[in-house]
Design a protein around this ligand. Structure first.
Ligand code: COA
Length: 145
């Protein structure tokens, strides 16, 4: 059985490193705002091991008019557990948390390769493709909650 729980910043590092910062120094797994009181880190556990992660940051994107936004960052599922619904589980939980915090918009910078995954979950792209240095092409994506 796979369970989503809130986890500490440091517990996101193994999956962040393997999936999102492969070959980069471990320090690259630290994100600005990770330890803010309003930041929430989620982990999916399978047999006591964290196999998927996502983090919610209380950050507004000025392109959107909504006044209570969350930014999703650090979304990752270990390679061997993909396409089993873990990513969906994390997004569903993130949306629940947004709702319970009276947030009206969830947004993020999506890797181009992950855009079809988010489209399936009814997120929309905003604007044009842009480059994040050292990581690759991205789109801003969002959903009204
Ligand atoms: C993107 C990611 C988080 C998706 O996680 P996942 O656990 O595989 O997602 P799910 O199993 O919940 O997939 C839900 C649906 O999206 C589809 N899907 C998942 N990833 C996809 C992709 N990259 N391209 C197209 N479809 C995808 C699944 O097949 C599934 O479709 P279905 O409902 O028709 O069966 C995962 O592939 C990942 O960690 N990728 C590498 C890191 C990354 O890109 N993170 C996002 C940064 S913005």
């Amino acid at each position: 059985m796979k369970i989503v729980k809130k986890i500490k910043t440091i517990d996101t590092y193994p999956v962040r490193h393997l999936v999102l910062r492969k070959g980069k120094p471990i320090e690259s797994c630290s994100f600005t705002g990770d330890d803010e009181e309003t930041t929430i880190h989620l982990g999916v556990f399978y047999k006591e091991k964290i196999i998927g992660i996502a983090s919610l940051f209380k950050i507004d994107n000025a392109s959107f008019k909504e006044s209570n936004q969350f930014q999703l960052r650090g979304m990752a599922v270990l390679d061997e557990f993909r396409k089993e619904g873990i990513g969906t589980l994390l997004i569903n939980e993130a949306e629940k948390i947004c709702k319970s915090n009276s947030s009206d918009l969830l947004w993020f910078n999506a890797r181009e390769s992950a855009v079809p995954f988010y489209l399936k979950l009814n997120f929309k792209t905003f604007g044009t493709k842009f480059e994040i240095n050292g990581i690759g092409p991205h789109y801003v994506m969002y959903k009204n909650i």
